[in-house]
Unconditional design. Sequence first.
Length: 75
Amino acid sequence: MATGPEHYCEAERLITEANHVAHRDAQRGDGMLAAAHVHATLALAAATALNSHMAVHHDDPEIAAWREAAGVADV
């Protein structure tokens, strides 16, 4: 089971890889983009579920992982 930030990072990785693969194998590239879409959807669901939790628990490790995955600087 992956965390929300792990799904987010996997979606980004798959998109990048799909862009390279699609030049050689369009069908495989499309499959990778479909998988990226699933990971992005799961990341969005996790981020949405954590939204109210984030406002209260700033020191939660999952919150730190989201900030890192999203490239958000510490405040």
